[in-house]
Design a binder for this molecule. Structure first.
Ligand code: MN
Ligand code: MN
Length: 311
């Protein structure tokens, strides 16, 4: 089920009917639902426009800043820094000053987060710069995502979704990244406790319920499917407890508990003063140096099926 396009004309009566239907499907508060739908609409548009802006010789930093500026222009806020992860880098890479340019053959994952009042839409897709050598990896990730979405409804177990994802990826003779997962989200919280595995034999599983908001994100590779950790470019504050530390207060007022990057700060060196209050997101890199593709949507679980808010 696709999200209702926010650009569509709304009369009071039609909207009322739609809302009643939606409440029946997900049980979510209508005003919160509107925030999610708007965040999803913006994230989807920013993802597409940013992918279109990727070209040989373009700077990664310019592309990330373009995505973040577009998000603001459309009335949203970045829920995390624009991630541009290339080739064997799977995720959590955001460009900093002096960063490199796109070159032909790069396998580029664009991962966009948008929030409205803290309600988050998280979406990603993969493209290749000028060449077509990795179409199977990309297709496997996209089709695994579609297959999982088709199975999501109230009562589904995330372990089963992992199996669906793994089966599709393996049907393309690719492998899932087994230590990267999709995740449930809550207000101002990008990972709220439930993981959605990308393989069937995961040692964890949870039942999804109507009204849950989850990001599903299969990653594909021809390598081992495990990551190693690189440098840290993205942080978030741990907890929302009011602190006497002025920097902590300032960062909380700017980003709440959502991820941010040093390039968004005037004096990034100051982070050294509050290391105990920081959660770090190291860059995640395929351990064998093999290329990785990713596809991701955010969905709202419903009684029967789900709504893809980032379609
Ligand atoms: Mn993402
Ligand atoms: Mn995600």
């Amino acid at each position: 089920m696709q999200a209702v396009k926010a650009g569509a004309k709304r009369t009071g009566r039609t909207e009322g009917t739609r809302r009643t239907e939606r409440i029946g499907r997900s049980g979510m508060d209508p005003e919160i639902l509107e925030c999610y739908l708007e965040a999803g609409r913006i994230a989807s548009s920013v993802r597409e426009q940013t992918m279109n802006a990727v070209e040989e010789g373009g700077r990664l930093l310019d592309t990330a800043e373009y995505a973040e500026e577009l998000t603001r222009q459309m009335g949203g806020e970045a829920a995390f820094p624009c991630n541009i992860s290339i080739n064997e880098i799977a995720s959590h890479y955001t460009p900093l000053k002096g960063d490199s340019k796109f070159t032909p053959g790069d396998l580029v994952k664009i991962d966009i987060g948008v929030h409205i009042n803290g309600y988050i839409a998280d979406t990603a897709n993969t493209i290749e710069v000028d060449t077509n050598h990795n179409l199977i990896l990309i297709k496997a990730a996209q089709e695994a995502l579609n297959a999982a979405i088709n199975e999501i409804q109230d009562g589904v177990n995330t372990k089963y979704l992992g199996k669906v994802i793994e089966n599709v990826i393996k049907s393309y003779n690719c492998f899932p990244m087994t230590d990267l997962t999709g995740h449930s989200m809550e207000r101002y919280t990008i990972h709220s406790g439930v993981n959605i595995p990308n393989y069937g034999s995961a040692s964890f599983g949870n039942v999804l319920h109507a009204g849950d908001v989850v990001a599903v994100e299969p990653f594909t590779t021809l390598g081992h499917g495990m990551t190693r950790r690189g440098e840290v470019r993205i942080y978030s504050l741990v907890g929302s407890k009011v602190s006497k530390n002025l920097l902590h207060q300032k960062l909380f007022s700017l980003f709440n508990t959502l991820p941010f990057t040093t390039r968004w700060m005037d004096e990034p060196d100051e982070l050294d003063k509050i290391t105990t209050k920081l959660h770090k997101y190291p860059v995640l890199i395929e351990s064998g140096g093999c290329r990785v593709a990713q596809a991701e949507h955010t969905v709202i679980v419903e009684d029967k099926g789900c709504s893809v808010i980032t379609a």
